[in-house]
Each structure stands twice: as C-alpha cells, then as structure tokens.
Write a protein that binds this ligand. Structure first.
Ligand SMILES: Cc1cc2nc3c(=O)[nH]c(=O)nc-3n(C[C@H](O)[C@H](O)[C@H](O)COP(=O)(O)OP(=O)(O)OC[C@H]3O[C@@H](n4cnc5c(N)ncnc54)[C@H](O)[C@@H]3O)c2cc1C
Length: 326
C-alpha cells in the first residue's frame, strides 16, 4: 500500500466527502481552493488578473448521481460565466462531464453541456472539458465531437499517461488542448506507469501540439518540463500567443508570477465551491509532500476521528479484496 493509493482511496470515499461538507473540515484546503462562493472566487480572479494571470474556473463537485445535483452544478457554472462577463474578467471555464451528469445519462449530460457552452459562446468565453479516468474517456471525447458541430469555443485535455494519447493528439490537433501527465490511477494495459515513460510521452505530445496544433496549454508544476518548453519554443520560433503555461491555484505561486512577469501567457486553474474534498485528496495523492499544506488545525479530535475511520475502512477494504482473490 503506497501513500498515493491511500489518498486516492480517500478521494473516492463518499462518507468522507459528505463528512467534509457537513463538518466543514478544511484540512488546509483553503490554500488550494479559491473560494466557496462566487463572490469570493471573483475576488481571487481579480487579484490574479492584476498580475496578468488569466484563470480557468472549476466548480468543484464529485459523486454526482442525481439529476438535481447535475442541474445545480450547471446553474452554478452558468452563474460563473455570467460573472466573468459582467465583471470583464480574464477567465474561462473548466468542467468535468461527470459533474454534469455523464454517469447518469449521456443525453442529459449533453444538454447540460450545451446550455453551458451556448451561454459561454454568446460571451466569447472558452470552455474546457477536463478529462477524468479511463472509463469516461471515450464518452467525453464523443461529447466534445458532438458539441463541436455547433460550437467552436470548446477544447479538452490530453493525458500523457494513456497509450492512446498519441493518436488523440493528432485527431484533436485543431482544438485548443491542455496537455497534462494524468491524475488518476490507471491500469497498465491502458497507461504508462513509470514516471520516466510518462514524462517522455508528455514532452512528445507537447512538442507535437506546439508544432502542429491550434493552441497549447502546458499544465504542469514540473520545472524541468517548463524549462524544456521555453527552450523548444525559442528554437522553433513558436510565438507566445500559441501557448500558455497552466498551474493549479496555490501551487508554486512564485513560479506562476515569475512566468507571467517573463512575458509568457499564464493561466491558473482555479477551483472553487463547497465540494473541495476529493480534489484536495487527489492533490495529496499525486504529491504527498503537499501534506505540508495541511495545517496544524487538521489534527483536532474531529478530523482525527474521520481520518482514523478512513484508514480503518481502507485496510478492511484491502483485506476483503484479498479474501475474494483467495
Ligand atoms: C492546470 C492543470 C489542469 C489539470 N487538469 C487535469 C485533467 O483535466 N485531467 C487529469 O487527469 N489531470 C489534470 N491535471 C493533473 C495532472 O495530470 C498531474 O497529475 C499533475 O499536474 C501533477 O503532475 P505535474 O506535471 O505537475 O508534475 P509532477 O510529476 O507531479 O512533478 C514533477 C516535479 O515537479 C516538481 N514539483 C511538482 N509540484 C511541485 C510543487 N507543488 N512544489 C515544488 N515542486 C513541485 C518536483 O520536482 C516534482 O518531482 C491538471 C494539472 C494542472 C496543473
């Protein structure tokens, strides 16, 4: 059992997710979540915009199995789009199809996405379809393809750990694409497992899209990749308006400001909302050093109980899986 497995398990734990909401456990998440309300989020965006940093705004949400929850999420995103327009913010939208009902009903999800993309289109605001785990990959691309017949203000994400991303980067070269390493735990028959294989493919995909694609968002906190890209664009005369760097809100803040100051387009991925728990746990899974974000207040009685219960159910879950194998 690795620490990564443990945090991924925590991120998927519905009990902890609702406990986090109910008891308002913040676990240090406030340093990586831009606000709970739209008003707070608008202030965070304005602050970044002052430093020539644009934002891609993500309404946090997990475990959407009821249509009413998906509609609620859609309405929140519509409100954000309206706020971006009204306040003239330098910002666009990132969304997860599962939050808009992909796991409930494909057509229902498509209608929700259409409402969002259509309003954003009226205001000339871009909408990014974030990519989730492998099980949702084909359907997410299908949604993108279908909506692209009507709208051109949409794009998506290519995850470097998937073998099939090499084909997808070619297939979607006419889209604005965000390229990432990949955040979920995926099986070895579909995804590279080693850091060096993922990093190698990441660079390959970035270079391909920079040379052949529409617009590239290089989303990483990895200084080696960033330095490589700086050098690559210089050698290949790729102008600054063809790409941007992206990082998550609250991570490597100094580097975010420095890149913007150096004249590169920079966009901060800005999560907001009450449903911060799964997002925060995935950040801890991919980089346990991020535990330093967890402040002392975590270790109070209430949080210890919840984390203790989680650890116990994690161990029990693994034991029962072993039993089944036997
Ligand atoms: C803007 C954005 C959007 C994303 N969207 C998606 C998505 O739609 N789908 C998806 O699957 N994944 C997404 N991800 C997550 C992504 O796939 C990776 O899981 C995540 O970014 C971690 O990989 P990394 O490239 O940042 O570098 P890592 O491989 O985590 O780190 C490489 C090296 O960089 C340095 N480093 C990294 N982080 C820090 C830090 N905080 N402080 C100091 N040094 C550090 C360390 O030296 C580390 O060894 C997104 C990531 C970003 C930044």
């Amino acid at each position: 059992m690795t620490l990564k497995d443990f945090f991924i398990y925590l991120s998927e734990n519905r009990f902890l997710n609702s406990a986090a909401q109910k008891y308002g456990l913040r676990l240090g998440a406030q340093s990586v979540v831009a606000g709970v309300s739209i008003a707070e989020t608008v202030e965070s965006i304005k602050e970044l915009n002052k430093h020539k940093i644009s934002c891609t705004v993500d309404n946090l949400g997990e475990f959407v199995y009821e249509k009413s929850e998906a509609i609620e999420a859609k309405n929140k995103i519509l409100e954000v789009i309206q706020a971006i327009h009204d306040e003239k913010l330098d910002a666009h939208i990132s969304l997860k199809p599962s939050q808009l009902g992909l796991d409930i009903d494909y057509d229902f999800c498509k209608e929700n996405l259409r409402d969002i993309v259509s309003l954003a289109n009226q205001y000339n605001i871009f909408v990014n379809f974030d990519m989730e785990d492998y099980g949702r990959l084909d359907k997410s691309f299908e949604l993108l393809n279908e909506l692209n017949k009507e709208y051109d203000n949409i794009g998506t994400v290519i995850q470097a750990y998937f073998f099939e991303s090499e084909e997808n980067i070619e297939r979607y070269k006419d889209f604005r694409l965000r390229i990432v390493k990949g955040a979920y735990k995926e099986p070895e028959d579909v995804a590279y497992q080693s850091k060096s294989d993922i990093d190698k493919n990441f660079i390959k995909l970035i270079e391909y899209h920079l040379l052949n694609g529409k617009f590239t968002s290089i989303a990483t906190h990895d200084h080696n990749v960033i330095n490589h890209v700086k050098d690559f664009v210089k050698r290949n005369n790729i102008p600054n308006d063809k790409f941007e760097f992206q990082m998550l809100y609250g991570f490597r803040k100094d580097m975010q400001y420095d890149l913007a100051k150096e004249g590169y387009n920079f966009c901060t991925y800005l999560p907001f909302g009450k449903d911060w728990y799964g997002y925060f746990m995935r950040r801890l899974a991919e980089r346990p050093q991020n535990l330093s974000l967890v402040t002392k207040q975590v270790f109070n009685k209430k949080t210890n109980t919840v984390i203790g219960l989680a650890a116990a159910s994690f161990v029990l879950g693994r034991l029962s899986k072993k039993d089944k194998v036997k």
